[in-house]
Design a protein around this ligand. Structure first.
Ligand SMILES: [Zn+2]
Length: 647
């Protein structure tokens, strides 16, 4: 008989670390509620009413009625946003902040250290206060600005923009009673359940703070709803809003692919963690572009012409499959370090290669299965990703794991120097790694099991409820071992912690293909270049450049860098002629036959300079080539599970 040295409980395995009562106490001490250090019931429902009637003037008005007790009170403005994995709540655009109790104004002070905390002293006899604030809406800029969420004819209300909440309780325990007043004649779409509507004012059902922040409202003058699984449950729909009437008519063939996406996701996951699901698609050049996941919706914003521009449509093909997959991976199953109890506790991004990276892989799979990309386009997309990562100069010093750990700063890094610095590479590189997991499972089990089995197991349970179930690295390992026993820990660590130059290409090779370079343009690269008005010469001279000659990036060790070019310089001439992307393409193409270097004239901070790019390998576009000796698992992975036609 062995007793726990801490509490005396009978142990079958030695040590207090296996004692159930001790573990229960420890778990309680470490629970989010305890860490928030408050006792007593959370405050009663907080009423929040948002007046968006002046949103065209780029201003929102909000009023909150917050139950309080006399004494010191700290109110938080949401800081760490779950879908951003970063402390980027747009507090800088809050204005007009005032507090009142019984008709008297109460002074407030912003915390000197935490800019998201507001301190008040509540007078005796006061049981609730009214807070009023405005939120100022900006216009899209080249960097991330979540304030750029509205324009003349439309807006997306992100409740965190206008919300304050009291310190001390988990967001899941604080109830809000929201209402919203829209400009006259505007319609709206959201996953939030509605209790009533009177004129332009909508009252929503009471909702926990975490779900409120997770449930944006899209609204506009021009709006159209497309059911994606009519007659089935749970309902899933595409809600479109745009600046102009013509743009809300989504091409019919795209609707068919989105219906197929919904059917393929159901077949893949075989579970739902939403009561209904809304793809909130905003087509506008006047708000920030975005793809943001939520439990029961996604906030998808692209340019107004993107559904009718063939190149832009290719570029955004993976947007819905990615954001939709997040309802299972990221929202329902979330890494422990990213499932913080409120919006104030810092997040840990070490498992973002699963939260975002596996979502990117599953999104790639569903993009292929729903026909949004053809198999050839899917392969070109994977080849382009692999080539980018093969030429990532920064992988010699910064591991993939570090890109996840440092995500909260890397999200805000600029495109310049991105090869050497690295960016949020845990998205793209994890596509290759999870493809290798998929092909390895298929190989280990004689093609009887795959990542489809992982999806059914890891994301199963709790149907039709937007809840969060956390996991750790060990949970991934044990789930994978339940499908195909293997040294998965070593497998992942070798790829995550490496500072070797080569990208992980085992999934492409295990899938029956290999990465090659040739003269044939890569269709996905051409689409990307056309829509971004730039040229990506990563795999030839190691250069990315805008259409006006502004250098975006050069890759240390490759010919453009060796010639002395750098980001922030501007190329003005190629081989004696005026710079254009076409001239540069021609010079690279002709380099094979030329013994002379490519002559480049550039301007660097107002000073002209000459550069010789010593390169003679011609055009090098990445593709996947079939290896006949190996089973074509990649083709199998991209094949639809359902027989639903998109014709
Ligand atoms: Zn994502």
């Amino acid at each position: 008989m062995i007793l726990c040295v801490l509490c005396g409980y009978l142990l079958f395995i030695v040590g207090p670390r296996n004692c159930i009562p001790c573990l229960t106490v420890a778990a309680a001490l470490l629970s989010p509620s305890f860490l928030l250090a408050n006792s007593g019931a959370p405050p009663g429902p907080i009423a929040i009413s948002v007046d968006a009637s002046q949103v065209s003037q780029r201003i929102l008005h909000a009023k909150l009625v917050i139950p309080v007790h006399p004494g010191p009170l700290t109110l938080f403005y949401p800081k760490w946003m779950p879908a951003d994995h970063s402390p980027d709540g747009p507090v800088w655009n809050v204005a007009g902040l005032k507090f009142f109790a019984n008709g008297q104004e109460i002074p407030w002070q912003q915390d000197l250290v935490d800019m998201y905390a507001f301190n008040l002293s509540i007078p005796t006899g006061v049981s609730s206060i009214e807070a009023s604030l405005d939120f100022l809406i900006s216009a899209p800029r080249p960097w991330i600005d979540f304030s750029a969420s509205g324009a003349a004819n439309l807006f997306v209300l992100m409740w965190n923009q206008v919300t304050l909440y009291p310190k001390g309780w988990p967001a899941a325990d604080i109830t809000f009673h929201p209402s919203l007043t829209l400009p006259k004649g505007w319609t709206f779409n959201t996953s939030l359940p509605i209790s009533s509507q009177s004129g332009e004012t909508i009252s929503f059902a009471p909702v926990a703070l975490d779900l409120l922040v997770d449930s944006p409202v899209q609204s506009g003058v021009f709006s159209r709803v497309y059911p994606l699984n009519p007659g089935e449950n749970p309902p899933q729909e595409l809600d479109v809003v745009s600046d102009d009437a013509w743009a809300i008519d989504v091409p019919p063939e795209l609707i068919e692919h989105y219906k197929k996406l919904v059917a393929e996701a159901t077949a893949l996951y075989q579970s739902h963690h939403f009561r209904d699901y809304h793809f909130l698609l905003t087509l506008s050049d006047n708000i920030m572009g975005l793809g943001q996941e939520h439990h029961e919706s996604s906030d998808d914003r692209v340019g107004q012409h993107e559904l009718v521009d063939p190149n832009a449509r290719l570029r955004m093909a993976g947007l819905f499959p990615h954001e939709f997959s997040h309802s299972w991976n990221g929202q329902y199953r979330r890494p422990e370090g990213l499932a913080t109890p409120d919006f104030q506790q810092p997040m840990k991004g070490d498992l973002l290669w699963v939260y975002e990276g596996l979502t990117d892989y599953l999104g790639t799979v569903l993009t292929g299965r729903s026909g949004l990309l053809t198999p050839e386009q899917s392969r070109d997309s994977i080849a382009l990703t692999a080539s980018m990562l093969e030429h990532r100069a920064g992988r010699r010093w910064r591991s993939l794991q570090n890109t996840a750990n440092a995500a909260q700063i890397l999200y805000f890094s600029v495109p310049e120097w991105s090869s050497y610095r690295r960016h949020t590479d845990f998205y793209q590189e994890a596509i290759l790694i999870w493809l290798e997991v998929d092909t390895t499972i298929r190989k280990l089990t004689g093609d009887r099991k795959s990542m489809d089995d992982f999806c059914r197991g890891f994301y199963g349970g709790s149907d039709n409820q937007p809840v969060i179930k956390t996991y750790r690295f060990e949970d991934l390992i044990s789930t994978l071992n339940g499908i195909a026993p293997y040294d998965w820990r070593t497998f992942f660590r070798a790829r995550l912690d490496s500072t070797q130059p080569g990208a992980p290409l085992g999934g492409i090779e295990g899938g029956g293909w290999k990465l090659v370079y040739n003269d044939d343009p890569n269709e996905m690269l051409s689409a990307e270049d056309a829509t971004s008005q730039s040229g990506d010469f990563t795999s030839s001279i190691g250069l990315r450049v805008k259409h006006d000659g502004s250098v975006i990036d050069v890759i240390p060790g490759m010919p453009a860098f060796e010639s002395g070019l750098s980001p922030y310089q501007k190329i003005i001439a190629i081989n004696g002629g005026e710079f254009s992307l076409e001239e540069l393409k021609r010079a690279i193409h002709d380099s094979k036959a030329n013994t002379a270097s490519i002559q480049v004239e550039a301007v660097n901070a107002g000073k002209e300079s000459s550069h010789q790019i010593n390169y003679h390998d011609g055009s090098r576009f990445p593709h996947l080539a079939r290896v006949n000796e190996v089973s074509d698992y990649l083709d199998e992975i991209l094949k639809p599970l359902t027989s639903m036609s998109t014709r």
